[in-house]
Design a protein around this ligand. Structure first.
Ligand SMILES: c1cc2nc(N[C@H]3CCCNC3)c3c(n2n1)NCC3
Length: 319
């Protein structure tokens, strides 16, 4: 497919001052701060080795970056750096930090169910936009959900397309494009419909669960890395809504989470089902019940690296 990206081959240093402070490290490269010389404006710069996987990340992210809840890509430079061909991706600088850091840092801690559904509406709108473009993100997790700035007007956006995939590339069920008589086709080809998109809906379910209670639906009891029991629990979909923090949460919220976390991808909600769900469509009518999320996020702050690691492993097992 022809590339929509216009790769600049002039030296990026002609137009930008590249900062030394590393803002974050992604799967395909690191993110540093940079400043446009002509305007003094700050941007985030992702440096990638110029390999096919990096090109795919940039092309899919660039195609998607018009959406209001997906991080904007402004320019991409193709420069040689220390004799290595690199891509320099200039993005809007998400200075507001990660989703759950912002929630746990709330001063008075009054985070409500309605705010949680508002956040989910933004995330699910971005996923719907991607899925309608036949792009599966496949790495939707807390550290890839960032705010533009620290003000109340900060906008939440999805970033990091390092695992994104064009679904048509993964071979959706071939019969949708009948080019041969079906009775010759082998049964496993019929059921070869890939479920790349469905792992994005699973991620949305996990994010919603954590927003409503402050901890993930799966966790290893002794704070050890992903235990075999935990792996079994994820596969068996063994989570629950027990505990006093869930008593105040609406049935609609729990219903949506159940539909997103179905273990069998064939039974899991599609993003269109999610966008039609009343907890999402009527996000501004959901109860303004104050949740325990802020308090529990703070209490469990030390276990957060394990949560991220467990989510990463669960996603890796679905890709
Ligand atoms: C745009 C993209 C981006 N990525 C960032 N960090 C990445 C690092 C890898 C995991 N996902 C987030 C950061 C940013 N930005 N801004 N600003 C502060 C940290």
């Amino acid at each position: 497919m022809a590339s929509l990206v216009k790769y600049k081959t002039t030296p990026i240093k002609d137009e930008f001052i590249i900062g030394t402070q590393v803002l974050g490290v992604g799967i395909n490269g690191k993110v540093v701060e940079c400043e446009r010389k002509s305007t003094r404006e700050k941007y985030a710069l992702k440096v990638l080795r110029d390999v096919p996987k990096a090109r795919r990340e940039v092309e899919l992210h660039f195609e998607a970056s018009r959406h209001p809840h997906i991080v904007r890509i402004f320019e991409v430079y193709e420069n040689t750096y220390n004799d290595v061909n690199c891509l320099f991706v200039v993005m809007e600088c998400m200075a507001g930090g990660e989703l759950f850091t912002r929630i746990q840092d709330r001063a008075h801690g009054a985070f409500t169910e309605r705010e949680a559904s508002n956040i989910m509406y933004s995330i699910c709108s971005a996923i719907a936009y991607l899925h309608h473009m036949n792009i599966a993100h496949r790495d939707i997790k807390p550290e890839n959900l960032l705010y533009t700035d620290n003000t109340p007007h900060g906008v939440l956006k999805l970033t990091d397309f390092g695992f994104a995939k064009s679904v048509s590339e993964s071979g959706e069920k071939p019969l949708e494009t009948p080019c041969y008589t079906p009775y010759y086709v082998a049964p496993e080809v019929l059921s070869s419909k890939k479920y790349d998109k469905s792992c994005d809906v699973w991620s949305a379910g996990i994010i919603a669960y954590i927003l409503l209670c402050g901890y993930p639906p799966f966790y290893s009891h002794h704070g050890l890395p992903i235990s075999p029991g935990m792996k079994k629990r994820i596969r068996a979909g063994q989570y629950n809504f027990s505990g006093p923090e869930w008593d105040r949460v609406s049935e609609a919220a729990k219903d949506l989470i159940r539909k997103c976390l179905r273990t069998d991808p064939a039974e899991r909600a599609t993003i269109d089902d999610v966008m039609r769900h009343k907890w999402i469509t009527h996000y501004n009518k959901n109860p303004e019940t104050v949740l325990d999320t802020t308090k529990i996020l703070l209490e469990q702050r030390s276990q957060w690296p394990e949560v991220e690691e467990e989510m990463e492993k669960a996603l890796a097992s679905m890709r």
